[in-house]
Ligand binder design. Structure first.
Ligand SMILES: [Zn+2]
Ligand SMILES: [Zn+2]
Length: 119
């Protein structure tokens, strides 16, 4: 028996260059599939989707933070407009945050891009 165990990528079948689980083999923590060669693991759907979700969540969090800061300003403006009788307090947006979220993210992306250009 050879000491070296060659393992093959579960995706493309090429040698992974690693030697079995417990060594530095690459298995997916999410779906437990593997072993993968590095190339296939990069392309593995689980990690990609997780990264996409993480990036989206991060973008939403950033956008929400920015939007909240903007809202504080808007609330002040709104109060002035109310006090001046320019707008009615009954005005209601009537939209869900989930509907607004893509718009907020898009606005934030534009805002960040604009800021980047100024710097
Ligand atoms: Zn592979
Ligand atoms: Zn997976």
């Amino acid at each position: 028996m050879s000491e070296l165990t060659y393992e093959y990528c579960c995706d493309c079948g090429c040698e992974t260059g690693k030697a079995g689980r417990g060594e530095d083999s690459i298995y997916c923590d999410l779906c437990d599939s593997g072993p993968f060669c590095e190339e296939c693991f990069d392309k593995h759907r689980c990690t990609q989707e997780l990264q996409k979700e993480l990036a989206a969540a991060r973008a939403e969090a950033d956008a929400l933070k920015w939007f909240t800061e903007t809202l504080i300003g808007l609330t002040q403006v709104r109060r002035v407009l109310l006090n001046q009788g320019i707008i009615d307090s009954r005005i209601d947006l009537g939209v869900e945050l989930s509907e607004l979220m893509p718009l907020i993210v898009a606005a934030h992306t534009k805002h960040t891009a604009r800021k980047g250009e100024e710097e």
